[in-house]
Write a protein that binds this ligand. Structure first.
Ligand code: GUN
Length: 283
């Protein structure tokens, strides 16, 4: 079997066009959605991610502001800045780029962001709302993955989803979102015994471990839906996923490429969440 490629790049272009239309309507009502990203320090990967977020915001008409703080900023100064944006009625979304320097408590920072402006969906209140199936800001990568699966008209209800990786940002919430869609979910992680016996059973296999070519065709069943969340750089500088794409695409039914798969949808969902936050100004 040669897999159908699920292009996150193409889906993102389509979704961003829809989002741009929503922004136009909001602007007619006097509302310009605004996203503030706070970056502490100069981590090159973070700077590159933020560039992508800025481009998607500007493309869709969302106002974007970067607060670029020195690595030496204190936790207290950062918390005060977040509070200022929590109070600002013209700011809809606040995102603090992770990771943060070691002297700053990540948990305290996430919990300081107003849950109503937490467009990352990382605040425990939003996580709790998501778990109980209430309206919430959904974390962007997991929400993007659900959109990718649905865009290919793949039935989720009743399917066996195997998630490899249990991070708070991707693994745990993507399993929860697919459980909310009536999938049967198995979580695997670095301590799982005989991990490949699970991955071979997956109807939908989601791989988010951050290790280049961690899984390949032998580790999946014929016709599986394979969602590759990994972004890894090889020694020669090439970007590759957690799945060996060239081999896996000969066995999978559907597969997302890296780059051009999950990544563009993560950013698109951030813009989606910012617009959702801005719509709350209407009520
Ligand atoms: N660092 C890597 N991915 C993310 C993300 O989705 N949100 C934030 N805030 N930081 C990140």
């Amino acid at each position: 079997m040669t897999a159908t490629i699920i292009s996150g790049k193409d889906l993102a272009i389509q979704k961003r066009q829809e989002l741009a239309n929503e922004v136009k309507l909001l602007k007619q009502k006097g509302i310009t959605p605004k996203l503030v990203i706070i970056l502490v320090g100069d981590d090159p990967a973070s700077l590159s991610y933020i560039k992508g977020k800025q481009k998607a915001s500007v493309e869709t008409g969302v106002e974007f502001k970067l607060e670029h703080l020195k690595e030496s900023v204190t936790e207290n100064e950062l918390l005060q800045l977040i509070d200022r944006y929590n109070q600002d009625p013209f700011v809809d979304g606040i995102l603090v780029q992770l990771p943060l320097p070691k002297h700053i408590d990540e948990k305290a920072v996430i919990e300081k962001i107003s849950p109503e402006k937490d467009v990352d969906g990382f605040h425990p209140i939003n996580i709790g709302r998501m778990m109980t199936g209430q309206e919430a800001f959904l974390p962007c990568t997991p929400a993007g993955i659900v959109e990718l699966i649905k865009s290919a008209n793949i039935e989720i209800a009743g399917k066996h989803v195997v998630v490899v990786g249990r991070s708070n940002i991707v693994g745990k919430p993507v399993g929860q979102l697919l459980l909310n869609e009536d999938a049967t979910v198995t979580y695997c992680h670095s301590k799982t015994n005989n991990l490949r016996s699970f991955t071979k059973e997956a109807d939908i296999l989601i791989v988010a471990v951050g290790k280049a070519h961690f899984l390949s065709a032998d580790d999946m069943k014929e016709g599986a839906v394979v969602i590759d969340v990994g972004v890894n750089r090889t020694q020669s500088g090439k970007l590759v996923g957690d799945v060996h794409f060239e081999e896996a695409k000969e066995k999978a039914g559907f597969i997302t490429p890296v780059p051009g798969g999950v990544g563009p949808m993560t950013i698109t969902m951030l813009v989606h969440n910012t617009i959702l936050a801005a719509k709350k100004r209407l009520s």
